[in-house]
Structures are given as structure tokens and as C-alpha cells.
Design a protein around this ligand. Structure first.
Ligand SMILES: Cc1cc2nc3c(=O)[nH]c(=O)nc-3n(C[C@H](O)[C@H](O)[C@H](O)COP(=O)(O)O)c2cc1C
Length: 194
């Protein structure tokens, strides 16, 4: 498979980056081809501004977005890796979705108001780190809310096959044992999808 790892964490020493590197390692061990899109390192322009808006209406795609489209078109699987910030993705990832997951690329809208999903030949997986515990966010409904927004609102809307949405919580209390157990859990996940 051609796999894209989209990393939206500014800290190169983050758990998100460790997970990204680990997935790359495991995927390459299995003979897959991996491309990392580190949005902060790329200084990805995450603002869908007035110029973009007008260009999109005219069907003009800016060159930075065309490049992402080429990479996505070539891919079989997209993995989104990001920390939970304010109960959702960091703005840079939201902006990536706003500017890249476009009409006439990821979906079509027809004159009768119906939609066609266009990324149906690809899988997608989401890996989140978060300060809160999974138990606490399960109880207060935040896990459900975040899963609905990303899995249904984004992945399913464009037809990406959902290969799993995983939350790694309580990251503030990370020690060597906990890190090892996180990597073990990630390996179990990867065993099923790679
Ligand atoms: C701006 C900001 C907002 C955050 N909001 C949340 C939040 O809403 N819920 C939560 O559980 N953790 C929140 N956190 C904590 C991060 O999720 C946590 O620092 C991160 O998962 C650590 O993993 P990392 O090493 O991959 O960055 C926030 C952190 C920052 C910097």
C-alpha cells in the first residue's frame, strides 16, 4: 500500500511524532510505501481565505493543494495523527481538511442536491493523543462527539473506509511503562490494518 501519515503536532518530541515514526517503521517492514506530511514542518497554510474561496468557485486549485491531491490520489491509506486540542483537532489539521478535502476532488455535489463520495478506494485511520483519560471522555460523551465529527462528518462524507479511530489518553502521566504499553497497543492496531 501507499500510506500517507498526516501529522498535526508542532512538537517533534511529542507522542504523536513517536506514533508517526513507529507506524512508518512497521509499515515499511511490511513493504508498504510511506509518505509523511508533517503539517507544521511544511508550514502548511491552514487558512481557507478569500483568495482560495474565489478560486474554488472558479474551479482553480492552488498549487500547494494540487500537490496534496496528487499524493492522496496515489494513496491507499491515510492516517491522521493529532493531539486533541479543545476537544477537536488542532486548527492546522482542520485547515488541511478545509483546503484539501474539496468538492470535485473528494466528493461531487449534483444539481439535485445529492452527493457522490469519491475517495471510496482508500482507507483512513485516526490516532489521537489527549490529556484526559479515555474513561473520563467516554463518560462525558466527548469520545462519541469527536468520533462523530471526524468519522461521519469527514471520512464517511467522502467515502474513506474507516480503518479505526483510536484515542490514547492520560498523556500527562506518561512514563516508560505507559509508553511501552501504548506502543504495544499501537502494534496490535497495526497488525490488523497493515
Ligand atoms: C491548546 C491545547 C488544547 C488542549 N485541549 C485538550 C482537550 O480539550 N482535551 C484533552 O484531553 N487534552 C487537551 N490538551 C492536552 C493535549 O491533548 C496533550 O498535551 C497531548 O495529547 C499530548 O500528546 P502529544 O505528546 O502527542 O502532544 C490540550 C493541549 C493544548 C496545547
Amino acid at each position: 500500500m501507499n500510506i500517507i501519515l498526516i501529522n498535526a503536532n508542532p512538537n517533534p518530541h511529542s507522542l504523536t511524532h513517536s506514533f508517526t515514526d513507529h507506524i512508518k517503521l512497521r509499515a515499511e517492514e511490511k513493504g508498504h510505501k510511506v509518505v509523511i506530511r508533517d503539517l507544521y514542518e511544511m508550514k502548511f497554510d491552514a487558512i481557507l481565505g478569500r483568495q482560495d474561496y474565489n478560486q474554488f468557485l472558479d474551479g482553480v486549485i492552488p498549487s500547494d493543494i494540487r500537490k496534496e491531491h496528487e499524493i492522496i490520489t496515489e494513496s491507499d491509506m491515510i492516517v491522521f495523527l493529532y493531539p486533541i486540542w479543545w476537544a477537536g483537532p488542532p486548527a492546522i489539521l482542520k485547515g488541511y481538511i478545509d483546503r484539501v478535502i474539496l468538492k470535485n476532488f473528494a466528493y461531487d455535489k449534483h444539481p439535485d442536491g445529492t452527493y457522490t463520495k469519491r475517495l471510496t478506494d482508500k482507507k483512513a485511520m485516526i490516532i489521537n493523543t489527549m490529556g484526559a483519560s479515555e474513561e473520563a471522555y467516554n463518560e462525558n460523551g466527548f469520545l462519541d462527539a469527536m468520533t462523530t465529527v471526524m468519522d461521519k462528518g469527514v471520512l464517511d462524507f467522502v467515502g474513506l473506509q474507516n480503518a479505526g479511530h483510536h484515542f490514547f489518553g492520560d498523556t500527562e502521566n506518561l512514563n516508560a511503562d505507559r509508553f511501552k504499553s501504548f506502543i504495544g497497543r499501537l502494534d496490535d492496531i497495526l497488525e490488523k490494518v497493515l
